[in-house]
Design a protein around this ligand. Structure first.
Ligand code: SAM
Ligand code: SF4
Ligand code: SF4
Length: 338
């Protein structure tokens, strides 16, 4: 396994299988228009499988499919089937709108775990936060996940001040009632979050205090979190939840995550300005070894600590202006994969 310049190993690969999305969440895609990746550049099932295999040969043990919205790919089951043969822990992050009817097929194809994003339990808020009227389908997808046999399901909630921060206890309860666990994510100033302001961020300490208030306290789990982004907590009445404090208490020091976009560009940080093209060599017939060497070289050169560096930004505001996002959509969170 290659080590980067801060001695961090490569352990996780996040694959954005599409840059398209059927929602428009305010913290991710708040603009009216987007520049999309070229259809011809999108990796096929076979190409994705070859790239993932090269990563596994470099030490990757966990692969997460994300996007954009992965369920927009009609061949998602085929992707899962191919990647499940690599012997990795294979997970999916989805907004849940289209997941329910395909949960069983994805499970049978070899998907190990699923994370479903849900920011509110209020239909009117869902319309405002994500421009969706399909909250019912998202909730149904939690049941579908359980019925299909998934365990360890997580519920991702981006917490925004004044938008959904009064719903944290209800979301912990909902997750518990569905056999899942809530993950509260601090609103991040990643590319694409063009309306980001520090005043909208609810810091981890406040999230924990609010949940604790509702459930007789909340204490941090003692188990070491390793390279996992979430700090886990247990409430006084036994519920568990996690907080991903990327904005106020980043965890770059243990970050083992590489990302590839749907058109095969490798990024070693959510905040990185540039990536390394893998599609070109792949389509030019590069051997598995040559691809692996390109991945290993990129990882060894990695010095990224994007979220930690943002802590020192003199005036913290949206990371990338809209004009630059249009010039290079690879900087968008929905392209790079969350
Ligand atoms: N569309 C899928 C979904 O929403 O689950 C997968 C892709 S989405 C980019 C992955 C995760 O990134 C979601 O849980 C979403 O809430 C999170 N995310 C997007 N923008 C974010 C931001 N500005 N701050 C924190 N989390 C963000
Ligand atoms: Fe929302 Fe996910 Fe779509 Fe971004 S990619 S707009 S977080 S559903
Ligand atoms: Fe990893 Fe970059 Fe996120 Fe830090 S900011 S945890 S280095 S992806």
């Amino acid at each position: 396994m290659p080590l980067d310049r801060h001695e961090r190993g490569l352990g996780t690969l996040r694959i954005s299988v599409t840059d398209r999305c059927n929602l428009r969440c305010v913290y991710c895609m708040p603009e009216d228009n987007y520049v999309w990746l070229d259809d011809a550049s999108i990796l096929s099932v076979d190409e994705l499988a070859r790239i993932a295999k090269a990563f596994v040969a470099q030490g990757v043990r966990e692969v997460r499919l994300t996007g954009g919205e992965p369920l927009l790919r009609p061949d998602l089951e085929a992707i899962v089937r191919r990647l499940s043969q690599l012997g990795v822990d294979l997970a999916l992050t989805t907004n849940g709108v289209l997941f329910g009817p395909r949960a069983r097929a994805l499970r049978e194809a070899g998907l190990s775990r699923v994370t479903i994003s849900l920011d509110t339990l209020d239909p009117e808020r869902a319309r405002k936060l994500s421009k969706t009227t399909r909250l019912g389908d998202v909730l149904a997808s939690l049941d579908a996940a359980r019925e299909a046999g998934f365990t360890g399901t997580k519920l991702n909630t981006v917490v925004m001040r004044g938008r959904n921060d009064d719903e944290l206890a209800n979301i912990v309860d909902l997750a518990r009632s569905k056999g899942a666990e809530a993950r509260f994510i601090e609103y991040m100033d990643v590319g694409g979050a063009t309306r980001w302001e520090m005043s909208d961020v609810v810091p981890m300490a406040e999230i924990v205090a609010r949940v604790g208030q509702a459930f007789g306290g909340a204490t941090a789990a003692s188990a070491p979190r390793g390279s996992a982004p979430a700090q886990r907590y247990r409430t006084g009445d036994g519920a568990t939840f996690g907080v991903i404090a990327s904005t106020t208490q980043p965890f770059c020091g243990t970050c083992d995550r590489a990302r590839i976009t749907a058109d095969g560009v490798l990024f070693t940080c959510l905040y990185a300005e540039r990536g390394v093209d893998l599609r070109g060599p792949l389509r030019a017939g590069a051997s598995a070894e040559a691809l692996g060497e390109r991945i290993a070289q990129t990882w060894r050169a990695r010095a990224d600590r994007g979220a930690e560096e943002r802590l020192n930004a003199p005036e913290r505001r949206a990371l990338v202006p809209v004009t630059r996002l249009r010039a290079d959509p690879h900087r968008e969170m929905h392209t790079r994969g969350g």
